[in-house]
Design a protein around this ligand. Structure first.
Ligand code: TXA
Ligand code: MG
Length: 311
């Protein structure tokens, strides 16, 4: 059910959850300090309780209450990239309820670059916001995706199409700067600002998980996803193709080309996943993204596609 920012403010203050647009994907917002409201957001999504949430802020003053220790690095990055698609993992203060962080001693924080999101937070308080999809589904990047997941039972603010289309970069700053989830702000961009190298978190075998979200299935439509190994000779209507350039196949029904524009692919990836399901396609084939591609969206795209494949 579509609501205005003003109506969303009232709903949040009453302890309800509201989906709202950000530049990355739509989030499911709840008052970070209201344990019942945050619990509702886990229940509505069907999200496991040990998968922590990102807290969304609209100004730097709000950080004081969320973390006891603000490293110099965090301020530098906030100054450079906020508002924007970068989430910082910091030590959490006692003020942040344990339900928000899934019991971790750290809290993830970002300032979204979207006017409606900032207006909403300005008029309420910092908001927890997981991506607003049902758990395991592709993140919503348009209001129609929210309606499709919740049959219009969930209040949402209509902010149109999300500009970025993939979730924020998650960077752990509690030790050596480490990327837990790649996004459009890359390790290189962060290293340039910090003047320090940045690690990428690979598969972790032992100890408590640094990024608990990584162990769950993510971003999955019903259709099976594959990297396209070879151009098909006889494409069928049940197959959905996402290609770099269209002229490679001419005879299939569901061919979508991004013409080498990787930002466009990032923006539309989850819409393609959902569109393939809507059209009843059984398989989605995605043309390989060159291994040495230096485009900022490359590692986030490969990461999300591999996760959706289940690799
Ligand atoms: O772009 C985004 O980040 C979107 C929009 C709505 O802001 N939000 C989003 O939230 O993608 P979610 O809940 O779908 O993903 C949050 C990720 C999960 O992988 C979670 O495990 C990780 O951030 N995370 C949250 N708090 C953490 C913490 N304290 N330590 C490590 N990882 C954390
Ligand atoms: Mg998510």
């Amino acid at each position: 059910m579509k609501v205005t920012v003003g109506e969303a403010v009232e709903l949040i203050k009453e302890g309800n959850v509201v989906a709202f647009p950000t530049e990355t994907v739509y989030g499911l917002g709840a008052d970070v300090y209201n344990v019942n409201a945050v619990k509702k957001s886990f229940d509505i999504k069907g999200r496991p309780s040990d998968n922590p949430l990102i807290v969304h802020i609209s100004n730097l003053d709000q950080l004081k209450n969320l973390t006891d220790h603000l490293p110099e690095h965090a301020l530098k990055l906030a100054d450079h990239f906020w508002p924007g698609p970068l989430t910082l993992v910091l030590n959490k203060s006692k003020e942040v309820p344990d339900i928000v962080t899934g019991g971790l001693s750290t809290v993830a924080i970002r300032m979204p670059n979207h006017k409606m999101a900032l207006d909403l937070i300005n008029q309420t308080c910092p908001l927890t916001a997981p991506s607003a999809n049902r758990s395991g589904k592709p993140s919503p990047t348009r209001p129609e995706h929210i309606i499709s997941d919740y049959a219009d039972s969930l209040p949402y603010i209509d902010g149109g199409v999300s500009e970025v289309g993939l979730e924020s970069t998650v960077l752990d700053l509690t030790g050596k700067p480490t990327i837990l989830r790649p996004g459009l702000i890359t390790d290189k961009m962060i290293a340039d600002v910090l003047q320090e190298s940045v690690k990428s978190h690979k598969h972790q075998k032992n100890g408590p998980l640094k990024s608990p979200g990584t162990k769950y299935t993510h971003y999955k439509p019903l259709a099976a996803i594959h990297w396209l190994e070879a151009m098909p000779q006889n494409p069928t209507p049940e197959h959905y193709y996402i290609l770099n350039s269209e002229n490679k196949i001419t005879s299939a029904e569901n061919i979508y080309s991004y013409e080498g524009d990787f930002r466009l692919l990032a923006r539309n990836l989850y819409d393609h996943f959902r569109d393939a399901d809507f059209k009843g396609c059984t398989d989605i084939f995605i043309e390989n993204i060159p291994k040495n591609l230096s485009h900022p969206a490359a590692s986030a795209l490969v990461n999300r596609i591999n996760k959706a494949i289940g690799a």
